[in-house]
Write a protein that binds this ligand. Structure first.
Ligand code: MN
Length: 243
């Protein structure tokens, strides 16, 4: 039974890579991981590969410090420390996505906070922090390439679902693959819409209130909502179902 649950999760991980690539949340870069349901001190993600090419044969298993555990010598993603850092800090998190979703980048560099302006983006929450790698690590190539960097990012994320990374991208952390995919796709849409609203409204934008975002966020996490979207996106990405 445990194995069947794990098999399904790994298939979902592959589909998440493809769906995110189709929706422009991931391009040739960025990655998704899942915690190993059989050992919470491990996580699974693709070898270094463009997300739209990922298959189950490409998956590697790591400990939370980013060490590969099965002697597989294929090249891992350089930024796998993001995933280990978040899984280490957040026992509730089973799925992590790091992406360079383009429309959110301005919100990481201007001080204008990314916030939900329409109900479908409620999962991102109304309190999205920005992690600035330079604050702790000075001038770098902007990449999260060590355990201390991954832990620093996880501290900024705190208990939230989303954190932006200044001049780079974002991370999304959640309890299930469909939830993280939904948050990622609607975060990108929200960023586009929020930018339009700012222009139209000359900076005057009415956001969802904290309570509205919380109530709709709960609804988006329910199977009725997240599975409808997941089913549609799977078919679009060429997978008839996730079983
Ligand atoms: Mn990156």
């Amino acid at each position: 039974m445990a194995n069947r649950a794990k098999d399904k999760l790994l298939r979902q991980l592959v589909m998440a890579n493809r769906i995110f690539a189709q929706h422009g949340v991931l391009d040739a870069f960025g990655h998704v991981s899942v915690r190993d349901p059989e050992d919470p001190a491990r996580f699974v993600m693709s070898r270094s590969l463009a997300p739209n090419l990922v298959t189950e044969d490409d998956l590697l298993t790591f400990d939370l410090q980013g060490n590969e555990l099965n002697g597989d010598t294929r090249r891992p993603y350089g930024e796998r420390f993001i995933h280990g850092g978040i899984f280490e800090a957040r026992p509730d998190v089973q799925v992590v996505c790091h992406n360079h979703s383009p429309s959110i980048i301005p919100f990481g560099v201007t001080g204008v906070p990314l916030k939900p302006i329409f109900h479908m983006a409620s999962l991102i929450g109304t309190d999205i922090p920005v992690w600035d790698i330079a604050q702790e690590f000075g001038d770098t190539d902007m990449l999260v390439t060590s355990v201390p960097m991954g832990r620093s990012l996880a501290r900024t994320l705190g208990p939230r679902r989303v954190a932006l990374m200044r001049g780079h991208g974002s991370v999304i952390a959640g309890a299930a693959v469909p939830e993280v995919v939904m948050a990622g796709i609607y975060m990108e849409q929200n960023a586009q819409l929020q930018t339009m609203a700012h222009l139209l409204g000359a900076g005057q934008v009415r956001y969802l209130s904290d309570a509205e975002a919380r109530l709709m966020g709960q609804r988006c996490s329910e199977p009725l909502t997240s599975e409808r979207a997941w089913e549609a996106w799977c078919i679009e990405a060429g997978f008839p179902n996730d079983r």
